[in-house]
Design a binder for this molecule. Structure first.
Ligand code: SF4
Length: 258
């Protein structure tokens, strides 16, 4: 069993994607190797010296302790937050698959109490996914568009390579999970050609997956949303290739929850 570098553990309501509105216990892992222009959690980009956890479900009162967090300690924190009353445990980030052994250990120790294990990932580390997929009930992967996302390692100003091939390999591995969704965050800068290419590859790799088109929540340098007419048009085009297409904005900013 492997200890995890975590940022925080808390109980809330899933704010986005196909399971929006469900009670979810979030386990947020430290470190991310992408840089999305709209990212609202840059505090997760680096491994954390200390982690925080909520002391009662939904209280937003916190205690802190040093990393790393052993699986047994994670289970104790989760039980204090009434683990069994949740629909899902979300292993999220940052990018959890930068710590595949810790993800596998967390999934194993938190399974069997009721909630399903829900993995939220940027969808690029296929080998790491293959190590943990047997323990995951639902893979919620992003499909990043190069118009808005860079790798941390990219040279400043360099043109970003599309992520399509890496995402397609990842989705082919994710098919082994009982539930799979693919999320495309749409900004005014997202180009129709890259969206259409992504939709085509999702249709080839896993036509049964749920495709979520998420209009961006303005944040940082991204200060405008795509228009409703554009979202309608994108959903219509995607729907001609994939049966389960949903337009779902983020709801946690509306609810005012973490
Ligand atoms: S993958 Fe997630 S955590 Fe990483 S930069 Fe993008 S939005 Fe932020």
């Amino acid at each position: 069993m492997s200890a995890a570098n975590l940022v925080e553990v808390f109980s809330s309501i899933q704010g986005e994607g196909p399971e929006v509105g469900t009670r979810t216990l979030f386990v947020r892992f430290g470190e991310c190797d992408l840089r999305c222009r709209w990212c609202d959690s840059p505090g997760t980009w680096k491994r954390a010296d200390r982690m925080r956890f909520e002391t009662a479900p939904g209280s937003e009162r916190w205690e802190e302790e040093p990393n790393l967090v052993t699986p047994a300690r994670l289970l104790a924190i989760a039980k204090r937050l009434d683990l069994a009353s949740h629909r899902w445990v979300s292993l999220t980030g940052g990018e959890p698959l930068l710590q595949p052994e810790a993800v596998a250990s967390a999934a194993e120790i938190l399974s069997g109490y009721g909630p399903g294990i829900f993995l939220e990932t940027h969808g690029l580390h296929t080998e790491a996914l293959a190590q943990v997929i047997d323990r995951i009930d639902f893979v919620s992967m992003d499909w990043k568009l190069a118009s808005d996302v860079r790798r941390e390692s990219d040279a400043k100003g360099a043109e970003a390579e599309p992520f399509h091939e890496a995402h397609q390999r990842f989705l082919e591995t994710a098919r082994a999970a009982p539930g799979v969704s693919v999320k495309l965050v749409i900004t005014p800068a997202s180009e129709d050609a890259e969206i259409d290419a992504a939709v085509q590859r999702v249709a080839e790799a896993h036509p049964g997956a749920c495709l979520v088109l998420q209009p961006v929540t303005p944040h940082g340098p991204v200060q405008a949303r795509p228009t409703a007419a554009r979202m309608q048009a994108l959903a219509m085009r995607a729907g001609s290739r994939i049966r389960d297409v949903r337009v779902i904005p983020q709801t946690h900013p509306l609810l005012g929850v973490a």
